[in-house]
Design a binder for this molecule. Structure first.
Ligand code: ATP
Length: 202
């Protein structure tokens, strides 16, 4: 594809909703979360390395990675967190670039929750940010995940701030309104990106 658009936003901002709308228009959507999970599936070299480092305690009975266990192990240990990031980030980056290159549509969407935090926006031609007020974000995640407000606040505090994200945005989708207000915004951006992809071709 000829144009790579990074799609990001905080937890519960609407990345899944927006990705689905782009996909429905025939746009290739590359999802960093899915890709990261595939990289540590049973039989993958990354899982073997993780098992050697952390032991069988981070595996489930069926040999799959217990992501919660692993998260708890590295949460309180910056050195182990750095080890894990050093293992996974280059692999994810490599796979993202590969899939973007192979994407058949005129432009592709790279959906990455931590695009700004992990500076993956350096890989993309443009950054599309989904903007939502923190209070709405909080309410939506609490009602979707059945978790406490405090848990969501904690996650939000570890992500880039609304301002940090908007500062690097080339385009913004406003998701403070009804879900039905997303499709027209995606349609407009789709037309814009198709034009930009043609220019990038030349
Ligand atoms: P995560 O970062 O956790 O993967 P996400 O960015 O993919 O989340 P979604 O799952 O798309 O966000 O949306 C979060 C929740 O809020 C979902 O339950 C979704 O249905 C709901 N939601 C999204 N947009 C709106 C809206 N405009 N009005 C009401 N609810 C919404």
């Amino acid at each position: 594809s000829h144009l790579l658009v990074g799609l990001t936003g905080g937890i519960g901002s609407g990345k899944t909703q927006v990705s689905d709308l782009f996909a429905a228009l025939g746009v290739s959507v590359i999802d960093a979360d899915i890709l990261a999970r595939e990289l540590v599936a049973p039989g993958m070299p990354a899982l073997k390395a993780i098992r050697q480092k952390f032991g069988d305690a981070v595996l489930d009975n069926n040999g799959e990675l217990n992501r919660r266990q692993l998260r708890e192990r590295v949460f309180s240990d910056p050195e182990q967190k750095a080890w894990l990031d050093n293992l996974l980030h280059p692999l994810i980056r490599h796979e993202l670039i590969k899939q973007a290159r192979e994407a058949p549509s005129e432009y592709a969407i790279l959906a990455v929750p931590l695009l700004v935090e992990n500076q993956l926006n350096k890989l993309t031609d443009r950054t599309l940010v989904i903007d939502v007020e923190p209070q709405r974000q909080l309410e939506r995640v609490v009602s979707r995940d059945r978790v406490s407000e405090q848990q969501v606040r904690n996650i939000i505090s570890h992500q880039a701030s609304r301002e940090d994200r908007l500062a690097v945005a080339d385009d913004v989708i406003d998701n403070n309104g009804e879900i039905s207000q997303l499709a027209p915004q995606v349609q407009k951006l789709h037309e814009k990106y198709l034009k930009l992809a043609k220019i990038n071709l030349k």
